[in-house]
Design a protein around this ligand. Structure first.
Ligand code: ATP
Ligand code: ZN
Length: 283
């Protein structure tokens, strides 16, 4: 049995639960409960505040956890990052009032900066030889300049709309973050085996999300050209259609290359192109 800590309620919760379910793990989730046990995998889930997850994992109260890299690095705990999970992507940035001039990070010398991330910000300023006063506050950082607490802030940004609505402008990217799976450093062989199984499932889900299954029809004299456009996992499958001189081609394409490939396939004579999501991909 392994124990996984995830955020009880917040921006990581929904995607964390979705990932566990996509790994084929079933459990009953009640918003009132602080823990639950999976019914078909040796896993117990603890629901915690995200800030507490690195420490719980480092101490071994939980064996593994899902948390933002921003919280992991800020917490400075002895926990291993084992897998990037691709969701809750955001960045920590420094922002100043939009009418203030800002030429370089050196302009922050002697200034007051409000943040909930004093360690990450402190390291960044030290690396850039900037001496500023860091004010640690736990929430609503973006209002600090307008109430006279600080001349700048360092906070989480995703689209930037919160900054704009508070009259601020992003001037420095300090740290890039996404959700990661973290692990305790001293796990038994048995627990490591269970985590290996879980990681295998997570990676299969991730590969599937990046790929699409594609089916199309084409005249036989276009098949060579189409084959060269579709590498697939090995080579594409080609099946004869009931109509003479035509074949059906099946393959897997990477989402990033998708639109470019579709255009080339059409130009090569492909018709009736179907693109379907893949649920799991085992390589
Ligand atoms: P808790 O109550 O558990 O302490 P919180 O209020 O500290 O929650 P959330 O706002 O739920 O935290 O954010 C959790 C994590 O999600 C952040 O640490 C960050 O990694 C990520 N995150 C925060 N804001 C965004 C955003 N706008 N877009 C994407 N990811 C974000
Ligand atoms: Zn938090």
């Amino acid at each position: 049995m392994i124990r996984l800590a995830i955020q009880k309620s917040g921006r990581l919760s929904e995607d964390s639960l979705k990932l566990i379910r996509e790994c084929g793990i079933s459990f009953v989730n009640s918003s009132l409960k602080l823990k639950t046990e999976a019914t078909n995998f040796p896993l117990e889930i603890l629901f915690l505040r995200d800030d507490d997850i690195p420490e719980y994992v480092a101490d071994g109260v939980a064996d593994i956890g899902i948390v933002g890299q921003n919280v992991l690095v800020e917490a400075n705990q002895q926990a291993l990052e084992v897998q990037a999970l691709g969701f809750s992507k955001c960045r920590l940035s420094i922002a100043v009032p939009k009418t203030d001039t800002f030429n370089s990070i050196a302009d922050l010398n002697g200034k007051n900066i409000a943040t909930s991330y004093p360690n990450i910000l402190g390291n960044y300023l030290a690396a850039h030889n900037v001496k500023a006063q860091i004010h640690t506050i736990s929430g609503s950082v973006e209002i600090a300049p307008s109430i006279g607490l600080a001349e700048a802030i360092c906070d989480i940004v995703s689209s930037g709309s919160t900054l704009i609505s508070n009259g601020l402008r992003e001037v420095e990217h300090v740290f890039k973050s996404e959700a990661v799976l973290i692990s305790n450093q001293n796990l038994s062989e048995e627990k490591q085996q269970i985590i290996k199984q879980l990681l295998f499932r997570i990676q299969s889900v991730q590969k599937a999300q990046k790929s699409k299954y594609i089916l199309l029809n084409a005249p036989n004299d276009s098949i060579e050209k189409i084959k060269s456009l579709l590498p697939g996992m090995k080579a594409p499958s080609i099946l004869p259609l009931a109509e003479a001189g035509w074949s059906s081609v099946h393959s897997v394409v990477n989402e990033d290359d998708f639109w470019e490939i579709i255009e080339k396939l059409k130009d090569a004579g492909a018709q009736g192109i179907l693109v379907v999501p893949i649920e799991k991909m085992i390589l």
